[in-house]
Design a protein around this ligand. Structure first.
Ligand code: 1PZ
Length: 206
């Protein structure tokens, strides 16, 4: 195991971190601690470097949101705590609030999940098709027209399916296994975050 660790691919590192986080959530009686959550979400940014320069802006945006949550871990123990505080101060949906940033990060995690599901759905699904479907489904409904246009244009610069697999240091076979692991491990986390809002009667249409 120690020998394999050194050869860990970025995708394996992400999949393992989410599995660990899901296990931790279970061990903590179904609560998610902000610190480990933020650290795990931060790992995802390694995937951006495989997408090319056009997604640099998406990376900066995503990382800013994650860093806000990592900073918040100094004052708040759990994801529940930030929701409680923002509900109290009536700023759940306010730009820059921890709760809003949590919602944005959750959409990022969901985007990757749907992207991987699409990517695995057929052997010849292009990255363009997978990313376009995932973005349209998960993030586009909540992004401005200008952002949607920019993302749409950026999609044409994405690497091919084969290029992505090479850049991720995976093979046809290993990429399936690792993407599947992320899909399975991130699902309970994503559902948990949605439920933080829904259980407080906050809809998810923003
Ligand atoms: C492998 C993935 C390929 C798919 C590519 C999908 C590209 C998504 C591009 C997103 C561009 C985001 C541009 C800025 C959006 C902001 O308006 C919003 C709202 O911010 P607020 O008003 O709350 O301050 N910001 C966001 O939605 C946060 C950024 C999310 C980006 C998630 C991408 C995660 C994908 C990771 C892929 C490795």
């Amino acid at each position: 195991v120690a020998a394999r660790k050194g050869m860990e691919t970025p995708l394996t590192a992400v999949a393992e971190a989410f599995e660990e986080l899901a296990r931790r959530m279970e061990a903590d009686g179904g609560e998610l601690r902000l610190g480990p959550f933020g650290d795990t979400c931060a790992l995802v940014s390694v995937l951006f470097s495989c997408l090319g320069i056009a997604f640099r802006f998406a990376e900066i945006e995503y990382v800013a949101k994650v860093n806000d949550l990592i900073g918040a871990a100094k004052s708040y123990g759990t994801l529940n705590d930030i929701l409680d505080k923002d509900v109290e101060n009536d700023c759940v949906k306010k730009q820059g609030s921890h709760s809003r940033n949590l919602r944005r990060v959750r959409l990022g995690l969901g985007l990757i999940k749907v992207l991987f599901e699409q990517f695995l759905s057929t052997q010849d699904c292009s990255l363009y098709d997978a990313a376009t479907t995932a973005y349209g489904q998960v993030c586009a409904p909540f992004h401005s027209w200008a952002v949607r246009k920019a993302v749409g244009a950026g999609m044409y610069t994405l690497p091919s399916r084969e290029q992505l697999i090479v850049r991720l240091n995976e093979t046809d076979c290993s990429v399936q296994k690792e993407m599947r692991r992320y899909i399975d491990a991130s699902s309970p986390i994503i559902d948990y975050i949605d439920n933080l809002f829904l259980s407080r009667n906050i809809s998810l249409d923003w």
